[in-house]
Design a protein around this ligand. Structure first.
Ligand code: ASP
Length: 337
């Protein structure tokens, strides 16, 4: 009897702590060769036949939205040749990239798994080895989602958030249960999409000209006026259920109404980690809604920003932008009504 064939996995590296080395001045910076991932964790070859695609090698703080498109394109073009994809990435902006890949690559027939580490693979006590091995294990499962694998969690791309710079469990699944957990075995949790013969779609629309700012006590309306006159869209992180200053000269409502009047969407998410905007609840949220603000519901700020860039890449008129922001494309928002 012939041995079952190992799955083929493409490892796409982009940099991040997992492949970093100390630069001699005490700071961590990207090392030269991403091939070290396979050299340091050779047991990965027991799981799969692996090719490596070193796309870039940067600290993810330097990663710009254009790279999301390159990454999605690189995966899309190679989709027929592999059974799954693992992307290594810095943790700092991994949640943004996970959200972006979810919107850019739809109708996935196989898994795209993104991972990284808190401690360089080279260092004692690194979480890089286990995260990488687990990412490969997940990339061979009967799963067809963009998933972020970190610590013991498998998180749907648009629901991931970096919540700790200290804990090895650096990411949390926000406002949705994780896709699965990793312990003695891997347990996936329904609902999730399974592998199929469906044709993937590259929906690589992106207008990165979007700003994001939190509301804070003392925020001047000029901040909103400036950002909405220099960008094509704004994400405002509101207080609590999407509340904003609405009284007297500090009111943000005239600036929101003016932006909306010019066709510049202002999307309001919550700066709380758990829960949804509920802008009808308080007068201060209602006034912002009446001024034209679009609620982000239970999307994280990261996902709201990426989604607004993606939506503006394909639509400009505000009613379409609003209905797309409220619709769930990849499980990023809990649709109401
Ligand atoms: N600054 C690093 C990065 O995002 C942090 C990490 O990877 O953990 O690239």
């Amino acid at each position: 009897m012939s041995k079952p064939q190992k799955p083929r996995i493409l490892l796409v590296s982009t940099g991040g702590t997992i492949t970093m080395l100390s630069d001699g001045e005490g700071g961590l910076s990207p090392c030269a060769d991403a091939g070290m991932l396979l050299e340091r964790v050779p047991e990965l070859r027991a799981l799969a036949v692996i090719d490596v695609l070193p796309l870039v090698n940067v600290d993810s703080s330097n990663l710009q939205p254009g790279l999301w498109v390159r990454l999605a394109q690189a995966i899309y073009e190679r989709m027929p040749f592999y059974d799954g994809f693992v992307v290594t990435h810095g943790t700092d902006t991994m949640a943004y990239t996970a959200a972006a890949l979810s919107f850019l690559l739809q109708e996935l027939p196989k898994p795209v798994v993104i991972t990284g580490s808190q401690v360089p693979l080279e260092d004692l006590g690194s979480d890089g080895r286990s995260n990488l091995i687990n990412a490969f294990r997940v990339a061979t499962l009967d799963l067809a989602e963009v998933a972020l694998v970190f610590g013991s969690l498998i998180i749907r791309g648009p629901r991931a958030k970096k919540t700790s710079v200290f804990d090895m469990q650096a990411f949390t699944s926000v406002n949705a249960p994780p896709l699965g957990t990793i312990g003695l075995s891997i347990r996936l949790q329904e609902p999730y999409r399974t592998r199929s013969k469906r044709k993937p779609l590259l929906r690589a629309f992106l207008d990165p000209d979007v700003a994001m700012v939190p509301a804070y006590p003392g925020i001047r309306p000029a901040v909103v006026e400036y950002l909405t006159s220099t960008h094509r869209g704004l994400v405002l992180e509101g207080f609590g259920s999407g509340n904003l200053p609405t009284e007297g000269e500090a009111s943000l409502c005239p600036a929101i109404a003016a932006a909306t009047g010019r066709g510049v969407p202002v999307v309001v998410c919550t700066q709380c980690m758990v829960g949804s905007t509920e802008m009808e609840l308080y007068q201060v949220g209602r006034a912002a809604l009446q001024a034209g603000a679009i609620p982000a519901m239970d999307m994280t700020p990261e996902t709201t920003l990426v989604k607004l860039m993606w939506v503006l890449g394909q639509a400009r008129d505000l009613p379409t932008v609003e209905s797309m922001m409220l619709k769930s494309f990849v499980g990023e928002v809990h649709e109401t009504g």
